[in-house]
Design a protein around this ligand. Structure first.
Ligand SMILES: Cc1ncc(COP(=O)(O)O)c(C=O)c1O
Length: 375
């Protein structure tokens, strides 16, 4: 079997290449924070919160330590707690359901749509009970969930909608930023995300001033001023260095999103007729391709992954075990038949290298190897 030269390997993400493209801006921003010793709170965090809220088309942004906390703080802010149920999708990163548990509520999983992998809105209704307090749709892989239908259901049953936009910075649903379609939307700035910090980071955005103020207080020890606390909270703050890095990167986000979309369009075109199923973009949405996820039918996914890996093409599986089938959720006693779509997807999906710096040649290289494998 022919192997490719190491120089032609394709990493799954390439944060070094991204840093090289903005090095002077990043270095200056980091120096400015250090010179100012504005490490926790301060002007850099405020500035980023203002800019990110504007980018999301929202009035308020609260910077937090990570995206998991953003979901937890959002649920707490909306009064979700013990005795409540929160509905979310079976195929997401475990942080989504962890946050529900952190708030003291019970997670209720729903299967996903086989085409978009976002929550199956037709299946939500049958899981709503008198205890249901909120729905967390996940804009998985950067593809907005079906927000019109979800909002209609939430309105009908008096439920909160907390958007998990950890993978969807800049995604649009019917021309509007996804963050505008939830009561509170939550973001992760984990380094590999579309807008990634140089460490952990997260934020929530909302148009409700009172929620924003409460969330900010809760995430800062329930503090009103230095040693005065109205209630017990937690310590979950975005730090100054991360905020300064994020402000620089936010200026490039739209251009990077365009780069991801172009890489995705290239993949979709070159992978046509190769026996793999390429992602679809639902009507009226502008996905931001945090991940480019293909499906490899006939039980050949793992073999394809190994084949690509041999040639230095790194891929991922997001996620190999649907959440209801994790040991962590064995207490829910779910059966395979409860989530057939998520289960099958977990066995067939493969995430190809995806980032805005991915070149046409790299995309062609990946396609060439897939062509060879499926031939
Ligand atoms: C869908 C989803 N939700 C929540 C999170 C949690 O974000 P963080 O890793 O910043 O806590 C992530 C990121 O890993 C994610 O992908």
């Amino acid at each position: 079997m022919q192997t490719l030269d190491k120089a032609t390997s394709v990493p799954f993400v390439d944060l070094k290449k991204q840093y090289a493209s903005i090095k002077p801006e990043i270095d200056a921003a980091i120096s400015a924070v250090i010179e100012d010793t504005a490490f926790v709170g301060g002007v850099f965090v405020k500035e980023f919160e203002r800019e990110f809220a504007r980018h999301c088309g929202m009035s308020h942004c609260v910077g937090l330590a990570n995206g998991t906390d953003a979901l937890f703080v959002a649920l707490r802010t909306l009064g979700v707690g013990p005795g409540d149920e929160v509905i979310t999708v079976a195929n997401t990163f475990v942080a989504t359901s962890e946050a529900i548990k952190m708030a003291g509520a019970q997670v209720v999983f729903v299967d996903c749509d086989p085409r978009t992998y976002t929550i199956d809105v037709d299946a939500i209704g049958e899981r709503i009970t008198a205890r249901t307090k909120a729905i967390i749709p996940v804009h998985l892989y950067g593809q907005p969930a079906e927000m019109d239908a979800i909002r209609a259901l939430a309105k009908k049953h008096g439920l909160w909608v907390v958007g998990d936009a950890a993978q969807a910075h800049g995604a649009l649903y019917k021309g509007r930023p996804v963050s505008q379609l939830a009561d509170i939307s939550c973001f992760s700035f984990y380094p590999g995300k579309n807008l990634g910090a140089y460490g952990d980071g997260g934020a929530l955005v909302t148009n409700n001033e009172e929620w924003a103020a409460n969330a900010r207080m809760f995430a800062n020890h329930g503090r009103t001023k230095k040693y005065d606390h109205d209630f017990e909270g937690i310590n979950s703050r975005l730090d100054g260095l991360q905020a300064a890095v994020l402000s620089v990167k936010l200026r490039h986000l739209d251009e990077w999103t365009e780069g991801r979309r172009q890489a995705a369009a290239r993949y979709t075109s070159v992978l046509e007729n190769l026996g793999v199923i390429t992602p679809v973009e639902a009507d009226g949405v502008r996905a931001v391709y945090h991940l480019y996820v293909i499906r490899v039918p006939h039980g050949r996914r793992d073999a394809l992954q190994s084949f690509l890996n041999q040639d230095g093409i790194s891929t991922g599986i997001h996620y190999p075990i649907a959440l209801p089938f994790l040991k962590a959720y064995s207490y829910l006693n779910h059966q395979s038949a409860d989530f057939p779509v998520a289960l099958r997807a977990s066995q067939e999906i493969l995430s190809l290298p995806m980032y805005s710096e991915l070149t046409a040649d790299q995309v062609e290289l990946v396609a060439e190897r897939i062509r060879l494998f499926t031939a």
